[in-house]
Design a protein around this ligand. Sequence first.
Ligand code: IPD
Ligand code: CA
Ligand code: CA
Ligand code: CA
Length: 255
Amino acid sequence: MSASRLEFAETIARKAGQLAVDLRQHPDGLVIDTKGPQDFVTAADLAVETLIRAAIAAKYPDDAVLGEEGGLTGDAAACWIIDPIDGTANYMRGLPDWAISVGYFDGSELTHGVIFAPDLGALASARNGQPALLNGAQISVSDRFDLDQSMVVLGYSRRVGLNDHLDRIGRLLESGCEYRRQGAATIGLMSVATGRVEAYYEPSLNVWDAAAGLMIVRAAGGKFAAPAFPDFLNAPGEVMAANRNMDSLAALCRN
Ligand code: IPD
Ligand code: CA
Ligand code: CA
Ligand code: CA
């Protein structure tokens, strides 16, 4: 398991985060496209992905890269999985919950994950077989099991729809759980890994939203359920990550 890959991913995530912060200082014209309702593309999404791809091409030219904006390039089994800005709708409004996400799949399993949230001053990272870190300090998932003291962060997917989401919220509240929606899967997964919340759930999530965060949750002692690799590289799917109370929380989240 390579420490140098993790150091590389941390360095490039920090550079990418700084670029996004710099670009937001000139918000006029920042939004350059939309993919659907509430689904924006900013100049920063593209510029950050270009920066990360150039760094990977220079240091690891044989690896494939899968990014939200540029799709899959290369045909190697080993693949970097990038979301240049997760939480674009927050980022462009000056809301703090957004992050750069860099994951690495070595051809057989997820081995590295880095999430950098500049506005939160948070860099979470993990590599296989090592504890998860937040700004260099070890983190772990929460020990809370009581549902009436637990909190679940939810994502909403227009691919799945409203009734699915409302039913879930109803079950969680009836059980005594609290819920939040932060608008950035990376931030929700990082909150699970740091023990601030007990779970993250989204019914249809892309691999670039989830890869780094799932790696970090697992290294922090948590559990997750997601489409199997490498299939997850090709299509979105249901993603759940939690502390050791995964089974009870999943029963509430799944329709
Ligand atoms: C989105 C965010 C959001 C999640 C969506 C993602 P983007 O990513 O993570 O929280 O609910 O499924 O697409 O477009 O801001 O990178
Ligand atoms: Ca997007
Ligand atoms: Ca995303
Ligand atoms: Ca994105």
